[in-house]
Design a protein around this ligand. Structure first.
Ligand code: IVH
Length: 719
């Protein structure tokens, strides 16, 4: 790229064409480095800057948009050539904790979930979190039979041949091990091997790698296992998948077994029993971190006893019995060049600081969130001061930026000694910068407090909200339409031609018909699409005409309704029609439908209100009606084995339980497909009452609902 960028407005057509050609190949090259080789050469921020520059030039010179333009490519090129392997047990991820307080919350939640234990103290293991790649290695009758990467947690890549080249990983296990053994752990490259490899690459005039993790990943995903062999990868065992027999009944015991079987295990792993000890060990590992020859990014805590792990179970993709305590974020100094406002799906105006590029922990940062108006002023969400002397953030300031993991970088503080004399306080816009509608801070109904978020009141009128809404609609946990990502939504939204335009969700599903019946622009004639990708796109859209109910509810983009809430609603109402009529019946925020909605465990009043409000807006209902002419939501599946006697039934627990905590009882019941409600109504099927049960038990008797003791319940569910 030219060192000094010519502003897009001043480019000649010739210069623009040349730069688009350069950008197209440069972006493609970086895509390939990132996806194909795990060896990005530039930071995400720089990559985004290339894409933005490309978009800006294309916007000014649409006639120059290239066939291979990165902005209109549909889908990504196929990547690897490794066969998929479905994991016998999913490979999970870990929740993150960032402060001592979070750790205390984690430990408390474990105690709360398990309730009273006879010896009343729960031991935890604490070990470094290795920054490598997780791997599952399967042995049958003591022989290594296959090895797979984590992939999406359910299916990974078969990298058996490459794994066989790693000296740390035994090809055979000693006699007497269980028939089926799946050892899981982290493949990594030492810091010293990484540096030596990079020196060698540089000496040979080859491209160097960014960090040990990417290099380890790249070294493993080699079709030629000899390359992997030359990279001296290493391994730490810390977990397991399928085991035909359990050789130990604690986390520590299992890891000790792995060691006797010949696997390297981390020497810093310890078994501890109080929050103080755990955090003490975290601090010690933190001190040792610079001297370790491998990268770590935190400390993992796990409940030691495996029977307790089993009781604690999982919450969506991560176990309740473990957490990763991450090391603090990395910081750097830079300047605020500009403050822009971004408008989100729900109209929230988010100020973003445009920074002089700076490297923070090996990644170039050019943007940082400033959260909201108060944050810029130095005021926290509860009105507290967040910076010394209450100082604000201004354009021209020297600031401290912080990055933690994948979290968006933040501007933490201002170096006041460096503030230039001519800076002025930032004035937060009173109007939406996109549509010009009033932007307001809502007042909390009960507390009278001002909300920290400033919102555009434009709703449907606001292009930014409409576009973000569509992007949410097609996103991974919503309709997940392959080939229709954020880029393509921008393209279709901006299209002037009615045969191409997508402005609301139903338009996605009428696109094909409009294309077929219109004499106007054909998508396949637009550079970058082509016949094959258009057919694929239409197929992908058609595939989603049948959609899971919870995905549809989530896709609607109702405020406060995330994936979990959407699932609860789908499970509760079963069909879309039942859901919509209930929301409409609840429009007065009273009556049975309203009570029923509020009764769903996990749905609070704020969420309930937001949903009812959403359905009171005729424009929302009109869009949904058009959408339902195109797509058919499926009935929500019962989660459970339908042979369970409680599947589909509504249960209320009341009084004190002796064998389980309330959370645990709920978890079990839900696992069997029951709905657990907070209060007793005509719809309740069973009330499980422990000692001290009061009004709920009375109500159950009054309504003739079947009441059971805890023991009766346990034998009923076959526990
Ligand atoms: S335990 C069910 N222990 O961190 C929990 N994971 O964020 C299984 N990782 O995918 C993971 N060091 O790749 C565990 N000592 C350690 C780890 C560790 C690194 C990675 C692992 C996992 C990711 C989760």
């Amino acid at each position: 790229m030219p060192a000094e960028q010519i502003p897009v407005e001043s480019l000649t057509e010739e210069q623009a064409a040349a730069e688009l050609a350069f950008l197209s190949s440069e972006i493609a090259r970086n895509d390939e480095l990132y996806h194909g080789h795990d060896a990005p050469e530039i930071s995400d921020a720089d990559y985004d800057a290339l894409k933005r520059r490309n978009d800006a030039i294309e916007k000014r010179f649409p006639q120059l948009i290239r066939a291979d333009s990165p902005s209109v490519k549909v889908g990504a090129a196929p990547l690897a050539t490794f066969a998929p392997i479905t994991h016998s047990r999913p490979m999970l991820s870990l929740d993150n904790t960032f402060s001592d307080e979070d750790v205390l919350d984690f430990v408390n939640s474990v105690y709360r979930f398990l309730g009273q234990l006879p010896d009343d103290s729960i031991a935890f293991t604490a070990e470094p979190k290795i920054d490598g790649l997780s791997m599952s290695i399967r042995y049958e009758n003591g022989r290594l039979v296959n090895a797979a990467t984590r992939g999406d947690g359910t299916t990974g890549e078969n990298v058996t041949e490459n794994i066989r080249t790693i000296k740390d990983i035994p090809a055979r296990l000693p006699a007497g091990v269980p028939d089926v053994v799946e050892v899981r752990g982290e493949v990594y490259m030492t810091k010293s091997d990484f540096l030596a490899l990079n020196e060698k690459m540089a000496a040979e005039g080859k491209q160097t790698y960014v960090n040990p993790r990417n290099t380890a990943a790249g070294s493993l995903r080699q079709l030629d296992a000899k390359v992997t062999a030359s990279r001296n990868l290493k391994f730490f065992a810390y977990a397991w998948g399928e085991m035909s027999d359990m050789p130990a009944d604690t986390q520590m015991g299992m890891v000790e077994q792995f060691k006797t079987w010949g696997f390297p295990v981390n020497p810093l792993m310890k078994r501890l029993s109080s929050v103080e000890e755990i955090i003490g060990h975290y601090n010690e590992i933190g001190l040792e971190r610079p001297d370790l020859d491998y990268e770590i990014d935190g400390v993992v805590y796990k409940v030691d006893r495996l029977d307790l792990q089993a009781r604690l179970g999982f919450r969506s993709r991560s176990p309740r019995w473990a957490t990763a305590h991450k090391f603090p974020a990395e910081q750097a100094f830079t300047h605020v060049e500009k403050i822009d406002i971004q408008v989100g799906r729900t109209g929230a105006l988010t100020p973003v600081a445009r920074l002089t590029p700076v490297t923070v922990g090996g990644v170039v940062v050019t943007n940082a969130t400033l959260h909201n108006e108060d944050y810029i002023k130095g005021i926290g969400n509860s009105g507290e001061r967040i910076r010394e002397d209450d100082h604000d953030i201004r354009i021209g300031d020297t600031v401290i930026v912080q990055r933690a993991g994948d979290v968006i970088p933040q501007v933490l503080d201002v170096v006041m000694e460096k503030r230039p004399a001519d800076t002025v306080p930032y004035e937060f816009p009173k109007k939406c910068p996109v549509c010009g509608s009033h932007a307001v801070r809502e007042r909390h109904e009960k507390t009278g407090k001002l909300d920290s978020v400033t919102r555009c009141t434009g709703g449907f009128v606001c292009r930014a909200q409409a576009i973000e809404h569509l992007k949410h609609f097609v996103s991974r946990n919503a309709f997940d339409i392959e080939g229709l990502g954020a880029k393509q939504i921008d393209f279709f939204f901006e299209a002037e031609d009615l045969a191409l335009q997508i402005r609301t969700a139903p338009d996605i599903f009428t696109l094909k018909k409009r294309q077929e019946t219109s004499a106007l622009t054909k998508l396949e004639n637009i550079e970058g699409f082509g016949k094959v990708s258009v057919r694929k796109l239409f197929d992908a859209i058609d595939e989603r005409r049948n959609i899971a109910l919870h995905r549809l509810i989530y896709a609607l983009g109702i405020r406060h309704v995330g994936e979990t809430t959407a699932k609860l609603l789908a499970r509760h109402y079963g069909t879309y029609d039942a859901f919509e009529s209930a929301m409409k019946e609840a429009s007065g925020f009273s009556g049975d439908a309203w009570a029923d909605l509020n009764n769903i465990e996990g749905i609070g009043e704020v969420v309930a209100r937001a949903m009812v409000e959403f359905f009171k807006e005729p424009r929302n209902v009109a869009v949904i009606d058009r959408l339902l002419a195109e797509v058919s939501p499926q009935e929500a599946e019962q989660v459970a084995a339908s042979n369970s006697p409680v599947a589909g039934k509504t249960v209320v627990f009341t009084g004190s339980l002796e064998k389980f905590t309330r959370d645990e009882a709920k978890e079990r019941a839900e696992g069997l497909g029951a709905k657990v409600a907070g209060s007793v109504s005509k719809k309740t099927d069973y009330v499980v009452a422990g000692p001290g049960a009061g009004s709920k038990l009375d109500k159950a008797t009054e309504l003739g609902v079947q009441v059971m003791t805890e023991d009766e319940w346990l034998s009923f569910i076959g526990a």
